[in-house]
Design a protein around this ligand. Structure first.
Ligand code: NDP
Length: 770
């Protein structure tokens, strides 16, 4: 018999992994799991049932933590936090190192428990989830050690509430706990209801590793436990999960002063150009969409394939799908395991059944009874079809075609999400041209699903904000050492009388590079401290905001070079400096102070500083443990609006503007309401300084009227609330409309924080070698 025939007819044997050690661990805990608080397991209850999704059998009973139990865990974390912070980075590094070591010693137990609990193939939990989780603790042990020298100006946030999903239970725990502990925070973590088991083993490991009581607390339960944690007295919420729950959390934390990071859903494009190595791209796609049964936030679930190779590619893909083996997750020769829960399975089935577009192909491979779903490909969809837009969170790939690179980018970016993207081409120039154009926090070139603790991961648009991993991930778990004082509220002067100027000067809004009358047709009188009329400032409304944001979105500033941005900022400084006495007089007249000239000089200095930074605020090439470079590119956050503070009417306008422009953003500035005339004067400086239309817009009028519209505007990516907590709350309450970032500013001379607020890291992974 020819060898080829033997290969074709050979059956796979089974290679089952032993589950007895994991089951014994559960038995040792009386078959019940519950909260881990203050360094010990609390008595557990059988409120909820944890099942093995592959068999449906009960693994354990679990406590549904109440609000009081969550409060107790937060109190324990609060009590432990000062000592944990004071212990210092090197002491914390020893503990994180011990955690990594112990996780390594118990790696097989963790892997088996993960597969039992979640249904993912043991091949994945053993070779990907657990090693990566361990790597996070090693890597962040290093960050703890280096904190006193490398991050000397930053301190811990305090107590962090962390809520994680069921798709990568231990890995998500590691992504959240390791950086938090490294920076001196204590944590209360809530695992997902379906998959709490490895978090419980981790709790055991914490006790063995000498983690001081209260530093790590774990509360078990369902969504209500998560909601109680969001409401609790914590300093930060870090959430990974669905966009809908992320939105609820953003609303619930509005105005609370809690720091927030959201890692949400995605519908990530997988783009294959006609010159790609097709077999590699097919194999990459297997990892992109059938890894963890497609239950991956960054799954390459949207195939965009060059029309010329589409038929060939789909045929090869179908042949590969037919070879995937579905079954017992604890069998080492299985490719596709169980869906996490019957409810998730029903959701996948419902979404596929409701689709009437395109052609659906299910892999011709045996599918066991129960919580299993076959690898599925739906071809011939249009970019606007529901399944091209909505996250399925299952092993279902949807596909469409494109003809040109520009069209590929357009289709790829036609999504409310922006988490990850993959592109395949043998042309490095094309890859490096396309990668920056994709709206995504992570881009993989000729590879997919590469992760590492040193490389930031996170999204943009409705995929959330904040990064996990690397230096950038530490920002989310630390804050500047000096707290930012609440800006003082200024009451406008009142008075009456005629303006001092012989000829009336009409101050206007500045929108799209032009002086513009306010849409509403109203202006307000501005008086000096002695009641003298200084002029009238226009009152902007919702439509003026709309026009300003439209101009921002069309301005193209993000595509300019740092060198050009520097030239324009220098030019602004030059033109402002030439008008020092005029601006100084205006400031003194409005405020009644004599510090106007000093403020103008400070504003000129700010412009010089951010001009200097424009071509120097760089990314990094990350040191990842594989044959790849991971480029951390700094990208502008996009369209910003700022509510400027009253304290320094000119400096408070110029600082956010300069920081935003320096980093490639456009900005709409809502000037100080009591002192708006320096801002309306400044529009003449903008006109004279070659600032392209729409890059900077200036609105005046009561900020309280503008703030809600800024918060709700779907075109704005970020609002900088620099004028106090009250308006911050107004903006935050509406920011969930498009998962907008809201930032409250930094000290005037804390340039790093301003520059960070203007940028988000995009990680571009480029493997090398043949
Ligand atoms: P959720 O967003 O509901 O769950 C994520 C975490 O949040 C879980 O720990 C969950 O608890 C908790 N949670 C649920 N409701 C609240 C609340 N109101 N306040 C605070 N915490 C809450 O995702 P699901 O697990 O329900 O999955 C639903 C869909 O979400 C999936 O089909 C998928 O599309 C998407 N998803 C996306 C993920 C991603 O990484 N982007 C990850 C997981 C899911 P509990 O599990 O106990 O209910």
């Amino acid at each position: 018999m020819p060898i080829e025939t033997i290969f074709d007819t050979m059956e796979y044997g089974t290679a089952p992994e032993d589950r007895s050690v994991a089951l014994q661990w559960i038995a040792n805990h009386g078959g019940l799991i519950g909260p881990y608080v203050n360094g010990a397991f609390a008595p557990a209850r059988d409120d909820l049932t944890i099942r093995n999704p592959a068999t449906g059998e009960k693994l354990a009973g679990m406590t549904l933590c109440t609000k009081d139990e969550v409060t107790e865990a937060v109190q324990s974390a609060r009590a432990a936090q000062p000592d944990w912070q004071k212990a210092g980075g090197p002491a914390r590094a020893r503990v994180l190192y011990a955690l990594a070591r112990l996780m390594q010693k118990h790696a097989r137990l963790l892997a088996v428990m993960e597969s039992l609990d979640n249904g993912k193939p043991i091949r994945e939990s053993r070779d990907i989830d657990i090693p990566l989780a361990i790597r996070h603790f090693y890597h962040h042990a290093g960050h703890a050690q280096l904190m006193p020298s490398a991050l000397a100006d930053r301190v811990a946030l305090g107590v962090c509430g962390q809520i994680i999903p069921w798709n990568f239970p231990l890995l998500m725990l590691a992504w959240k706990i390791a950086p938090a502990l490294a920076m001196g925070n204590t944590v209360v973590l809530k695992p997902a209801e379906y998959t709490p088991m490895t978090a419980m083993i981790f709790a055991d490991i914490c006790s063995q590793a000498g983690v001081p009581p209260g530093v790590v607390n774990i509360v078990t339960g369902d969504g209500s436990t998560g909601a109680a944690l969001v409401d609790a007295s914590v300093d930060k919420i870090a959430f990974t999960g669905s966009t809908s729950v992320g939105r609820q959390i953003q609303e619930a934390t509005a105005g609370s002063g809690k720091s927030l990071t959201l890692e949400l859903g995605g519908k990530s494009p997988y783009i294959v150009f006609d010159d790609a190595d097709i077999d590699s791209a097919v194999e990459g796609l297997v990892d992109a969409i059938w890894f963890n049964q497609g239950q991956v936030c960054c799954a390459g679930s949207r195939l965009l394939i060059h029309e010329a190779i589409a038929d060939d590619f789909h045929n090869r893909l179908k042949a590969r799908m037919d070879k995937l083996r579905i079954g017992d997750p604890l069998d080492k020769s299985i490719d596709v395991g169980a869906i996490v829960d019957p409810i998730q399975l029903q959701q996948i089935q419902a979404l596929v059944q409701a689709n009437t577009a395109g052609q659906t192909y299910h892999a011709q491979t045996p599918v066991p009874e129960g919580c299993f779903y076959p690898p599925t490909l739906i071809t011939g969809l249009h970019p606007a079809d529901t399944l091209m837009q909505e996250e399925i969170f299952g092993p279902v790939l949807v596909s469409t075609t494109f003809r040109t690179p520009a069209e590929a980018v357009e289709i790829a970016n036609n999504s409310k999400y922006g988490l990850a993207a993959t592109l395949w081409t043998e042309n490095i120039n094309l890859a490096l041209e396309i990668a920056p154009k994709l709206v995504a926090g992570v881009v993989w070139v000729n590879a997919t699903n590469l992760f590492d603790a040193a490389a930031g991961f996170g999204g943009t648009r409705e995929s959330g904000f904040g990064r996990e991993g690397g230096w950038e991930g530490l920002q989310a778990y630390s804050k500047p050492r000096q707290p930012l004082p609440e800006p003082a509220q200024v009451t406008p002067f009142t008075g009456q009388g005629a303006a001092a100027d012989d000829i009336d000067r009409t101050a206007k809004l500045f929108i799209g590079g032009k002086q513009a009358r306010p849409d509403g047709g109203y202006s307000q009188a501005i008086f000096g401290p002695k009641g003298q009329l200084l002029g009238h400032a226009p009152i902007a409304n919702r439509k003026d905001i709309r026009n300003a944001v439209q101009a921002q979105l069309a301005c193209g500033w993000g595509k300019t070079t740092g060198h050009l941005r520097a030239q324009i900022l220098y030019y602004l400084a030059e033109n402002l400096a030439a008008q020092t006495s005029r601006f100084a007089e205006r400031l003194d007249a409005m405020t009644g102070l004599t510090t106007g000239a000093e403020e103008v000089r400070a504003a000129v200095d700010v412009l010089f500083t951010y001009a200097a930074w424009a071509d120097k605020f760089e990314g990094r090439a990350k040191s990842v443990p594989m044959r790849a470079v991971a480029l951390a590119m700094r990208e502008p956050v996009g369209a910003i609006a700022a509510l400027c503070s009253d304290q320094h009417p000119l400096l408070g306008l110029v600082t956010p503007m300069a920081a935003a422009l320096c980093t490639g953003n456009s900005i709409t500035l809502c000037a100080s309401a009591p002192f708006p005339l320096a801002a309306t004067d400044f529009s003449h400086i903008l006109e004279a300084s070659d600032v392209p239309a729409g890059v900077v817009n200036i609105l005046t009028g009561p900020q309280a009227d503008l703030a809600p519209h800024l918060g709700a505007h779907m075109g704005l990516d970020t609002v900088w609330c620099l004028s106090g907590a009250e308006l911050t709350q107004e903006v935050q309450a509406r920011a969930s409309s498009n998962i907008k970032r809201v930032w409250q500013g930094a000290a005037q001379d804390d340039h790093d924080s301003w520059l960070d607020a203007g940028t988000e890291i995009k990680t571009i992974w480029i493997p090398y070698g043949e």
